[in-house]
Structure formats: C-alpha cells, structure tokens
Design a binder for this molecule. Structure first.
Ligand code: SAH
Ligand code: SF4
Ligand code: F3S
Length: 448
C-alpha cells in the first residue's frame, strides 16, 4: 500500500484541509503515516500569510528534496496558500518539488499525484469548491474544527488570503449540522467553527446566528467556539444568543490589527478605533465575563509613533486576555505591497514596537488571568498533560488553558478552584509541582 505523509503549516483552516486530504487519499487506497521515512508521497500544506512562513517551508522542502537521491520514486508536493501565492515561479526555486496544489484542488489529489510521478504538476485554479460533501472536519480527541465558510471577500490591504483562497463561499447549514452530529457521535464534545470572516456566514436564508443556534442544539456538544469573526460583520442578535445558550462559549477572538483610525482606514478594515471600542462595550454588556483575544500588526506602512501609541492605548483600554502580535510583512500581490512600498517602516523600528507591545500585553494578560485566582472555573477536560501525566489539561468557557490535578475522563466537565495564574495558563489547586514551570510566550508572536 502507498504511504503518504502530510505536514501542516498555517491556520486552523489548513489543519482542517489536511484532514480533508487524509480522507481523500485514504479513499484512493493510500495509508497516511506519521513517519516521513516510510512515505512515498510527502505533502507540505502551507501558509503564505507572512514571509517567514514561506521561508520555513522553502527550507523544509529543500531538505526533503535531498531524500530523492536515495528514494527516486518519492513524490514531493506543496499544497495550500504558498503555491497559490507564488505560482509557477516556485518550481524555479524548488526544482525537486513535483506537485503544486492550491486550496481548491484537494478533491483531485489522487490523479494529480499520479501525474506528478511523470512530470511537474500544477493545479492552482480557484473556483466555488466548498468540499461540503466530503465532510472536511478535523477531529483530535474530543475537539473538532469545522469549516463553515471558505475564502474571503474583504481584501484588507496587507493580506494575501483573498488571493490564495479566493472568494467567500458558505457551506449549506444542513451539511454543517450533519458534520457536527457525526463528530459528536465519534465522541467530540467541543467544536470550533472556522472561516476567514466566520461571522459573515450566509447560505440562502441562513445567517451566522441561525447556524450557531442549530449547532448548539446538537446532542453531546458541550462547547461551541468560532474563529475568526470580523468586527464589522457582527449582527447584534449573535451576542444575545451567546448569552442565552450555556454551550456557546463566552470567548471571542476579535482581530483589531491597529488602534489608530488612520491606519485602520489605510488597511481598509471598515471600522474606526471608536467603532471597535463600542463593539467591545456591546459584547461585554451581553457577556460580562467574555474572554477577548485579538491579532495586531505593528509597522504597517505609514505607521507613525503616534499611531503605534494609539495601538498601545487601545490594548490598555480593551484589556484583551491575550493577543497574537505580528510585524507587518509585505506580501506580493496585495494592495499595500503594490502601492505603499515607499512608506514601509524600517525593520529596527517595527521590531522595537513589537517588543514593547508584547511586553505591555503580557502585563495585561497576567492581570486578566489573575482575576480567576481563588475562583472556581468550569473546565472541559481535553487530555492528560504531556508535561506531567498526573495532571490534565482543559479549557475554560472563556478560552483559557487550565491545568488541573488528576486524570478525569476527557470530555467531562469539572469545576476546579484556581490556585494561581501565569499570563497564559490557569493552574488549579492540587496540581503537581513539575507542571508549574513558566510557560513560553505564544510561538506566533515571537517568530515573525
Ligand atoms: N481572517 C482573519 C485573519 C487571518 S490571518 C481576520 O481577518 O481576522 C491572521 C492574522 O495574521 C491577521 O489577523 C493579521 O493580524 C495577520 N496578518 C495578515 N497578513 C499579514 C501581513 N502581511 N503581515 C503581518 N501580519 C499579517
Ligand atoms: Fe485577510 Fe482581511 Fe480577509 Fe482577514 S478579513 S482574511 S485579514 S483580507
Ligand atoms: Fe496562512 Fe492560508 Fe491560513 S495564508 S493563515 S494558511 S488561509
């Protein structure tokens, strides 16, 4: 039997897409393995969001290309956003790669692999593929990622996603509900609904609120989250529904990108600083204990010290529970790359801004996490801790990682008293000492 190995980079949508590719390959008689050394097909499912993401994959593909010297039959492929972004130019850069597949071609993977054994093969066109019939759900333990829409129509000036993923398309509501039901029958207790602007979901008459409502009624589903919503796409009734239904988690990842209205306008985000703050107020009126997290870019072209100060003051005002923070990375094909090159901020300046933003957010995160010390938290247990098998790891309703003592069955809900907090973790009373080592900062924020 032919063996295939898939390595995944980028966002949760890519995690779901890798699961989809696994199904497609298994249906065609492949066995998907976790051991790269026994595979005759190697696929890297890639991201193009920042330059660093592409550099990592390029280095990895060069390394894997060396394997062909000892295994001439090996087919090496690159899938997802990076081949779509760079197109045929990638073959010049990576002559050992046989297969270049964009996000809308996974259905045809088996025949493309056959062709790639003979000649370099490209399948990069985008269409209206939504894979709804293939149940593109990625299950790990008691949790599943469930794509509900694909693509993006917003064209923020810095962002490559509309170019790599194409136009927005939502899955039929009945298909999503069927997939969630199927996952629940496999023991899934928590789902995260996925989309680039997940709250703009609309299919026929069905809106995001309708979908949330139906998913929350699926038997066995204890927790429902979604990522990432866009600030301008929220309809008010969504928050009321979240407040009403205990299994709709009070956790919203709400990317803000900048605290300066001038920069938000230049980015074409569609809202001002004040409108974002007003949205946060409305959310907290409905959901007082909501966990709010965000994405922020520093060093966007034209960003002055005053603009950056506005971002710092926004994070102080909002008090996000945590944030992914990035240095702006110019992406070919985007508006900012074509039109704003002259206004790019020097690397040293954006590096310094990133550092001070991370330091500020770390202080805020610690305060936000410490609010839970001495209180009880409802935790959905996910797995045994990798660092200490006497402890378990789970999540609070508002999206925080919780370490707790003992090994309750994954998928059960427990109430634990919080003894102490770091800026990334809540630690329950009775947790074994070894677990208490300091947590690393989120990888995403550091490596760019
Ligand atoms: N669809 C999501 C974002 C997907 S990309 C949304 O709109 O909220 C995830 C994050 O990567 C973005 O929120 C943004 O903060 C960051 N990002 C996107 N393009 C970037 C670029 N060119 N440079 C640096 N960060 C970028
Ligand atoms: Fe990119 Fe903006 Fe679309 Fe998010 S909403 S994927 S940042 S273009
Ligand atoms: Fe990256 Fe594509 Fe996701 S660019 S962030 S893998 S949509």
């Amino acid at each position: 039997m032919r063996r295939a190995y898939i390595e995944t980079y980028g966002c949760q949508m890519n995690v779901a897409d890798s699961a989809l590719m696994t199904h497609v390959l298994e249906d065609a008689g492949f066995k998907v393995t976790e051991d790269v050394n026994e595979a005759s097909l190697i696929l890297l499912n890639t991201c193009a969001i920042r330059e660093r993401a592409e550099e990592r994959v390029t280095a990895r593909l060069q390394q894997l290309g060396q394997l062909k010297r000892i295994r001439p039959d090996l087919v090496l492929g690159v899938t997802g956003c990076m081949p779509k972004h760079l197109g045929k130019e990638l073959l010049d850069r990576l002559p050992k790669v046989d297969l270049f597949i964009g996000p809308d071609s996974y259905r045809h993977l088996p025949s493309l692999v056959e062709e790639a054994a003979l000649r370099p093969t490209f399948s990069l066109t985008l269409g209206d593929e939504d894979y709804s019939d293939l149940d593109p759900v990625s299950i790990e333990g008691i949790h599943a990622f469930v794509p509900i829409m694909r693509g993006c129509d917003r064209f923020c000036t810095f962002c490559v996603v509309p170019l790599t993923r194409g136009r927005e398309k939502s899955l039929p509501l009945a298909d999503v509900v069927r997939q969630v039901r199927g996952a629940a029958e496999h023991g899934v207790r928590a789902v995260t609904l996925l989309g680039q602007t997940v709250n703009s979901y609309h299919h026929d008459e069905d809106r995001f609120r309708d979908l949330l409502s139906e998913v929350s009624e699926v038997e066995g589903i204890l927790r429902v989250r979604f990522t990432s919503p866009h600030p301008v796409e929220f309809e008010e009734d969504v928050f009321a529904l979240m407040a009403e239904r205990p299994n709709l988690c009070a956790h919203i990842h709400l990317p803000v990108q900048s605290g300066s209205t001038r920069i938000l306008e230049s980015m074409k985000r569609g809202h001002s600083r004040e409108e974002f703050l007003a949205l946060v107020d409305r959310i907290r009126t409905h959901l007082p204990d909501v966990g709010l997290t965000t994405d922020i870019i520093v060093g966007y072209p034209g960003e002055t010290d005053a603009d950056f100060e506005a971002t710092l003051s926004l994070v102080r005002e909002v008090q996000f529970d945590s944030a992914f923070m990035f240095r702006y990375s110019p992406r070919s094909g985007t508006y900012a790359y074509r039109k704003l090159r002259d206004e790019e901020v020097p690397d040293a300046v954006s590096a310094e801004r990133l550092e001070s933003l991370i330091a500020e957010q770390e202080r805020i995160s610690l305060q936000r996490y410490r609010r839970w010390e001495g209180r009880h938290v409802e935790v959905l247990v996910e797995t045994v801790s990798r660092r200490n098998p006497l402890n378990s790891v789970g999540k609070s309703d508002d999206g925080k990682t919780v370490i707790l003592p003992g090994t309750p069955e994954p998928g059960t809900m427990v109430s634990v008293p919080i003894a102490r907090a770091t800026s990334h973790t809540l630690i329950a009373e009775g947790v074994q000492e070894r677990e208490a080592a300091p947590d690393p900062a989120p990888v995403e924020s550091i490596e760019v």
